[in-house]
Design a protein around this ligand. Structure first.
Ligand SMILES: Nc1ncnc2c1ncn2[C@@H]1O[C@H](COP(=O)(O)OP(=O)(O)OP(=O)(O)O)[C@@H](O)[C@H]1O
Length: 634
């Protein structure tokens, strides 16, 4: 007897667009049509409730969506914010699809209809008026909106956040520094002269002690040195570059913001590759600089430029930006970089990635920014390929290299699983994984699942299918408007739609609490992208789970994946080792880590032969298949 669940599952496997030349084992064994029935569906009674408000989201795809996501909007930089929200195009028409009943209570609540959220840059939506305006600001600015949530009685749900307790997990991590006269690390925030107001904000953030990267990086930066820092995902790099910038600005005499002028003169510039990450850094930096008098402004594409211009006109000390919008504002003459004292590149390897280097050179070398040596430059990432290190050194003066953990490795707080799954069976497998995840959650706990796919169209299709199957899912990718992207993230964060289907636009930097599971439905081409993707879970000392669905198409990733898993003390299945050895014999030359040379070898490329860097990445050159076109930089 077939259950209501198995019918759609079987149909969908056979759908056009979901067909694959690879025939599943289940199909081979059965009737010629995929007969895979996921374990949780076996012997289930038929569900009856119809899905009553589903309309395909396929129309959202504009036909360009089949390319890999290049992280940004494919459209003009200033997309209007009046378009329909994530679920805006859905009507209440019935599809007649049987409902699974899974999470039906919250199923379509995410979009809340066509409500459009402003693409404004101010991340602080708190309605509370500040009750803490009596702090002593050196510059006398006391109008900050209080970014700290009211201290409420514990619900048990968010108790683990930022307690610092779990950072004990990083205690014995190996740390390597190189460069001249490296300042010694500290053990506590109290040992560092960050200033009273910043210390108070650190306390409000509930940061009890610095993480390893903070222990090393903050004293280095406070001493005025340039820094290239590599530390694992979720290990607190944002604060590691924000604290020295804020403390440094506060230590200096008040800059005397030019009043009434239309041109902004930021003192610090923080660049990041995606709008969402810039927005998140902006939020963090605002929290850290609460009541310091330092104004933090963010500019990125997809949001109305006039709002950002108005923000800039009010004065800015720390500018957080994506490169595309920044270049636009520089060319309009609305920002000058001549006063920049601090330059921080988050996800620095991505920022200097092939294809984007000219834009970075334009910002850093060809406008009016003071040269290396006259400004302080800080580069941070969890991955730092040797070739990128070499490139990055152009932007740095006599710098210190810091590696916390092995360069490019993932944290062993993330349990990594890998399954061999044919394309035709991936959806059923995903359903299994989501059910298993849900079973682990408790009623008052978010258990968020982030599913990475390769293409924008693939993201739409999977979201569409999950929704039809009764799973509360949303998606984020570069073809969605900025307001849709923001809405999708908000809905995911809040747990309204606990499944987010994403392209690499969400792979880097995003700090979303309660992401319990990252599923690589499609594996990336590059092992570093894998490291960043799985790093959306297992953050801040918490544990997480990452599952990868692997098949023949991923051969080039077999070896670096096996190596990475071994390094993170994960169990590597025998079949993956077999693939890895096949890849050694020429099958996997595309991945840059598979071309021979020491496994994950280098650290500071300056230490390696003749600064040339040897051949660790000789397997095909560095580059991301999806990192093309300047639209990623908006
Ligand atoms: N000292 C600290 N104590 C407690 N929590 C901290 C501390 N420092 C940072 N955190 C928290 O840890 C989480 C991860 O920090 P952050 O986003 O800066 O990581 P990251 O290293 O930049 O990660 P990624 O490589 O993914 O960008 C955040 O929620 C942050 O608030």
């Amino acid at each position: 007897m077939q259950s209501a669940w198995t019918e759609p599952a079987a149909q969908l496997v056979a759908e056009p667009g979901n067909t694959n030349s690879t025939v599943s084992a289940a199909t081979q064994a059965g009737s010629g049509r995929s007969s895979y029935v996921p374990p949780h569906l076996r012997n289930k009674p038929k569900a009856v409730a119809p899905i009553d408000n589903y309309v395909s989201v396929a129309a959202r795809s504009n036909g360009l969506g089949d390319s890999r996501d290049n992280l940004g909007s494919a459209g003009p930089a200033d997309l209007p914010t009046t378009s329909a929200g994530a679920w805006g195009s859905r009507s209440s028409a019935s599809t007649g699809m049987p409902s699974t009943g899974a999470w039906s209570a919250g199923r379509f609540s995410a979009g809340g209809g066509n409500k459009v959220v402003s693409g404004g840059s101010d991340g602080w939506q708190s309605n509370r008026t500040s009750s803490r305006l009596n702090g002593k600001s050196t510059w006398g600015v006391g109008t900050d909106v209080d970014p700290f949530p009211a201290e409420e009685p514990s619900t048990g749900v968010f108790d683990q956040e930022n307690t610092g307790i779990n950072f004990d997990a990083y205690e014995d991590i190996p740390v390597e520094t190189s460069g001249e006269n490296v300042p010694p690390p500290v053990s506590t925030f109290a040992e560092i002269d960050l200033g009273q107001i910043l210390n108070e904000n650190i306390r409000r953030c509930k940061y009890v002690k610095p993480t390893p990267v903070q222990r090393h990086a903050i004293p280095i930066s406070l001493s005025g040195r340039d820094l290239m820092a590599c530390a694992q995902t979720g290990s607190g790099k944002t604060a590691a570059f924000c604290f020295p910038i804020i403390a440094g600005i506060m230590r200096s005499s008040p800059p005397g913001r030019p009043r009434g002028g239309r041109k902004a003169f930021p003192l610090a510039l923080i660049l990041s590759p995606t709008r969402e990450l810039s927005s998140q850094i902006h939020d963090e930096a605002k929290k850290f600089s609460f009541q310091t008098g330092i104004r933090v402004v963010v500019t990125y594409g997809g949001a109305p430029v006039h709002n950002q211009l108005r923000d800039l006109e009010r004065g800015v000390e720390i500018l957080v930006a994506t490169p595309g919008r920044l270049v636009d504002l520089l060319e309009r003459g609305r920002i000058s970089l001549s006063a920049i004292r601090y330059l921080a590149l988050d996800e620095a390897d991505r920022m200097l990635d092939m294809g984007f280097e000219p834009q970075m050179r334009k910002i850093v070398e060809q406008m009016d920014m003071p040269p290396a040596g006259q400004r302080q430059t800080m580069l941070f990432s969890a991955t730092f390929p040797r070739e990128i290190q070499r490139l990055a050194s152009d932007f740095l003066g006599n710098y210190i290299f810091l590696a916390v953990g092995r360069v490019g490795s993932s944290t062993d707080l993330i349990a990594q699983k890998i399954e061999y799954v044919l394309d035709a069976d991936k959806r059923s497998m995903l359903m299994d994984l989501i059910h298993a995840q849900k079973a682990l959650g408790t009623s008052n706990q978010h258990q968020l699942t982030l599913v990475f796919v390769e293409t924008k169209r693939g993201a739409d299709a999977l979201e569409d299918w999950l929704s039809r199957m009764g799973f509360p899912a949303t998606s984020i990718h570069g073809d969605r408007t900025q307001s849709e992207r923001e809405q999708a993230l908000r809905s995911f964060r809040s747990g309204q739609t606990p499944i987010l289907v994403a392209t690499d636009v969400a792979a880097r930097g995003l700090d979303i609490p309660h992401v319990a599971h990252v599923v690589n439905f499609d594996l990336p081409n590059d092992i570093d992208d894998y490291v960043h993707r799985i790093g959306r879970t297992g953050r801040a000392g918490n544990t997480g789970l990452a599952t990868a669905l692997f098949n023949e198409k991923d051969l080039s990733l077999a070896r670096p994946l096996a190596e990475l898993m071994q390094e993170a003390h994960q169990e590597v299945p025998g079949w993956l080792m077999n693939f890895a050895s096949r890849a050694n014999f020429g099958g996997g030359g595309r991945n840059r880590r598979s071309g021979g040379g020491p496994r994950f070898g280098g650290r500071d490329f300056r230490k390696e032969s003749g600064r040339g860097g040897g051949d660790r990445y000789s397997g095909g050159g560095y580059g991301h298949a999806n990192a093309v076109g300047s639209s990623a930089w908006d």
